[in-house]
Design a protein around this ligand. Structure first.
Ligand code: GLN
Length: 546
């Protein structure tokens, strides 16, 4: 039978609940427990797929094609799990299911209410994950802040779960900000006290409280949090600012949080194994080298838009004790001022990430052209892959009008076009080509040398693809499609053998990158950037591979 850990937040959002939830999972996992995690998102969207990454951060894609909240990415990275769409529960999903049941007549004769019908649906979803995963501990993080109107049905559901599952099988963790006043340096616990009061008003008494603060809380703050939170002082922990989020589980474990929860949930004891995690954190915090790459994108204003990509660079960098500095540049800049393209030469590599729509596309294409012509290491992901095809068609194959129909629907050379099965799609939600699909990797290619496998599974999120009509001319001119879908029809990886490192993929390798298991494409790119930087010059990949 699974044990349930519920995580709530107070005072304000964005205090790192996702990281702390992942860290709690990590502390239990290193002690031998099988864990899984659920993110509750109280918004009415059915999933994160229709939200703008600029407002909400990246849409994280699971193996089964779920378009989920980016916190699932943190759970997967910290816990090395492959989660499913079921691990993300939204108000939209819950209400959709309840309303469908009502229409079907499942509640016939009854008045359908938030309690018990909506709360039952929520509990049933949490228990389903417990059952399907076979986990010893299911962590459930409630998005938002205690007191939000949207969050109430979820908090009511988790309140009921204590009654139904029993005290020893449930644990409530409340995380809240403890601000420090600039002038006096005082740690103020009053906002946290209020959020605990709000939680209690709903009927939940936290078992442990995590103060999120700039510095380690002092004895006085701890005493107050314990007193007003009605918990012992040894149940108060502090998540203070650390130079890397991957340090958070170590910091909390040092304070005894892992043991506290293990004992409280009566889980079998085991000495925690931190070795590989610690050496990863050490490589991140004590790099011997540094490379600078440029991300030419369009959601550059919000770091969370590219969080998985950033982390994939970090994981790859750690393998080489290398800090990967990622500079964000708005692609539109190169459309307005093409002379600025020359600044790309100051970087060790050029990266063009995922994207949608025409804004900034021409700027990205120019950046790709710069990378190809100046033989700078280049990695393109999804839109970056498609735009690399457009660039090659235009500038190498001489197909001047080449374009993606996503950018220009009237182009006479649609090298990137809507996938046939997308032609009649009208609904926007969950209708892209999503999730993990099999890819066949051709032997004797850069891709094969990176993946060391003829068959890989990678996650997708796109509507457009390489148009097979124009493939032969591009191949003739030297573009190698080194990865294809299982039926051979869909192009998945491209590379330019004449360049030092020029690789792009239709899929998103970053979603499967893990701290100690970096994704092969990011790994190869980081290695190429580092080699180029440390060796000064290079004579092309073929020579260098010998
Ligand atoms: N906009 C492109 C498509 O829909 C690329 C998507 C992406 O980069 N994830 O195919």
């Amino acid at each position: 039978m699974a044990k349930y850990v519920f995580v709530t937040g107070g005072v304000l959002s964005s205090v790192g609940k996702g990281i702390i939830t992942s860290s709690v999972g990590k502390m239990l996992q290193t002690r031998g427990a099988k864990v899984t995690a659920i993110k509750i998102d109280p918004y009415v969207n059915v999933d994160a797929g229709t939200m703008n990454p600029y407002m909400h951060g990246e849409v994280y894609v699971t193996d089964d094609g779920g378009e989920t909240d980016l916190d699932l990415g943190w759970y997967e990275r910290f816990l090395d799990l492959s989660l499913t769409i079921d691990n993300n529960v939204t108000t939209g999903m819950v209400f959709q299911a309840v309303i469908e049941k009502e229409r079907r007549g499942d509640y016939l004769g009854r008045c359908v209410q938030i309690v018990p019908h909506v709360t039952d649906e929520i509990k049933q979803r949490i228990r389903k994950v417990a059952k399907k995963s076979g986990a010893d501990v299911v962590l459930t993080e409630c998005g938002g802040t205690v007191g939000d109107i949207e969050g109430l049905p979820f908090l009511e559901a988790i309140r009921q779960m204590r009654l139904e599952e029993g005290y020893e099988n449930t644990l409530y963790i409340h995380i809240a900000l403890v601000p420090i006043l600039d002038v006096t340096g005082e740690m103020k616990t009053k906002p946290l006290q209020h959020s605990v009061n709000e939680l209690r008003r709903i009927g939940i008494q936290p078992d442990t409280i995590v103060a999120r603060s700039r510095k380690m809380i002092d004895a006085e703050a701890r005493r107050k949090i314990a007193l007003f939170g009605t918990i012992p002082e040894n149940a108060v922990f502090c998540s203070y600012n650390v130079p890397s989020v991957y340090k958070v589980p170590l910091v909390l474990d040092d304070q005894g949080m892992g043991e506290f929860i293990r004992k409280r949930l009566k889980l079998a004891g085991q000495n925690p194994k931190w070795d590989s995690w610690k050496s990863f954190v050490d490589a991140v915090l004590n790099p011997h080298h540094e490379i600078r790459i440029v991300l030419v994108g369009k959601y550059a204003g919000l770091v969370d838009s590219y969080v998985s990509m950033n982390e994939a660079f970090r994981h790859a960098g750690a393998k080489f004790q290398t800090k990967v500095d990622v500079d964000f540049v708005e692609a539109e800049k190169y459309e307005k001022s093409p002379e600025k393209l020359a600044e790309l030469g100051n970087f060790d590599g050029i990266f063009v990430p995922y994207g949608f729509g025409p804004r900034g596309a021409e700027g990205k294409i120019s950046a790709i052209q710069y990378a190809r012509e100046n033989d700078l290491p280049f990695l393109g992901i999804c839109y970056g892959f498609q735009l690399a095809v457009v660039e090659f068609a235009r500038n190498v194959c001489g197909l001047e009008d080449a374009n993606s129909t996503e950018i220009s629907s009237s182009t006479s050379v649609p090298v990137i076009d809507l996938m046939p099965e997308q032609q009649d799609v009208e609904q926007k939600g969950a209708t892209m080509r999503l999730g993990a699909h099999k890819i066949l990797v051709a032997k004797d290619t850069l891709a094969y040398s990176l993946y060391q496998s003829a068959e890989i599974f990678e996650r997708h999120r796109h509507r457009f693809e390489v148009n097979p009509v124009h493939r032969p001319i591009m191949e003739k001119k030297g573009l190698v499609f080194s990865g294809r879908s299982a039926d051979g029809k869909r192009m998945e990886i491209l590379e330019l053998p004449e360049n030092f490192f020029f690789l792009a993929s239709q899929f998103h390798g970053e979603f499967k990158s893990r701290p100690t298991k970096p994704d092969p494409e990011y790994f190869g790119f980081v290695r190429a950037c580092l080699k180029r930087k440390t060796s000064g010059n290079h004579k092309g990949r073929r020579t260098e591979r010998k």
